[in-house]
Design a protein around this ligand. Structure first.
Ligand code: 13P
Length: 255
């Protein structure tokens, strides 16, 4: 079992194409030639074309932040898997808690997107995580388990090498509050156990589980040292090259 670290930047609704170009150029300069860890940037849709061109000759991977489950049709304002593929996008964040909260996404609707993504050979970064209320009332593992089971319903074992999970405790996103190393490890191990019940020990031990929620250079090394933490999904600290690349360096140093 060897799981390569994946450090992914979720730029959310930030950065124009020009700003995105500058940022990815800076990231390329530090991380564009190394293969020790995988690095992925996930700009907003409008920046995908320029960033795609910039990462083409580098080791940096390109991700999107969402997609529609249907391949085409009358879905105003939506983007299909094939459209992403045409821009050489390899990863797509699905089920982010902000989309669950503001756009009504559910485990069921996210499941449809995950199946559509793998059908198009896109790698879903499936986000799960509990709210503060759920944690405080002792429901963390129940919530994570339902999110994994329902979000991954009918996921074919043959496509498991495409799957990435991101554990993002909702209370840690954009708040500066990070899960402790022990809390992250406990949740990741619990998630892996559910994956193992669904897909078997061997498959489960090769699925990467990223941590997300106020990850920054100061706490990255501790989180990445946990045996079941296989990388990070980084929001705020991915919007400037220095902190993002410092997290990449922390991942490389911990190998
Ligand atoms: P922050 O790193 O800003 O807390 O965001 C995490 C996140 O939501 C990544 O998807």
């Amino acid at each position: 079992m060897s799981r390569k670290f994946l450090i992914a930047g979720n730029w959310k609704m930030n950065l124009t194409p020009d700003e995105s170009t500058s940022l990815v150029e800076e990231i390329n300069a530090v991380a564009g030639n190394q293969t020790s860890v995988q690095v992925c940037v996930c700009p907003p849709f409008t920046s995908l074309p320029v960033v795609s061109e910039k990462v083409e000759q580098t080791e940096v991977l390109l991700g999107a932040q969402n997609m529609h489950a249907q391949p085409s049709g009358a879905y105003t304002g939506e983007i299909s898997a094939e459209m992403l593929r045409s821009l050489y996008v390899s990863h797509v964040i699905l089920g982010h808690s902000e989309r669950r909260q503001y756009c009504g996404e559910t485990n069921g609707s996210i499941n449809q997107k995950i199946l559509a993504a793998i059908h198009a050979n896109l790698k879903p970064i499936y986000c799960i995580g509990e709210t503060l209320d759920e944690r405080d009332s002792g429901k963390t593992m129940d919530v994570l388990s339902s999110q994994v089971r329902e979000g991954l319903e009918n996921f074919p074992s043959s496509a498991l090498d495409l799957l990435v999970i991101a554990y993002e405790p909702v209370w840690a996103i954009g708040t500066g509050k990070t899960a402790t190393d022990e809390m992250a490890q406990e949740a990741h191990l619990g998630i892996r156990k559910v994956l193992s019940e669904m897909f078997g020990d061997s498959a489960s031990s090769s699925i990467r589980i990223l941590y997300g929620g106020s990850m920054k250079p100061e706490n990255a090394a501790g989180l990445l040292a946990q045996p079941d933490v296989d990388g990070g999904l980084i929001g705020g600290a991915s919007l400037s090259a220095k902190p993002f690349c410092d997290i990449v360096e922390a991942a490389i140093s911990s190998l």
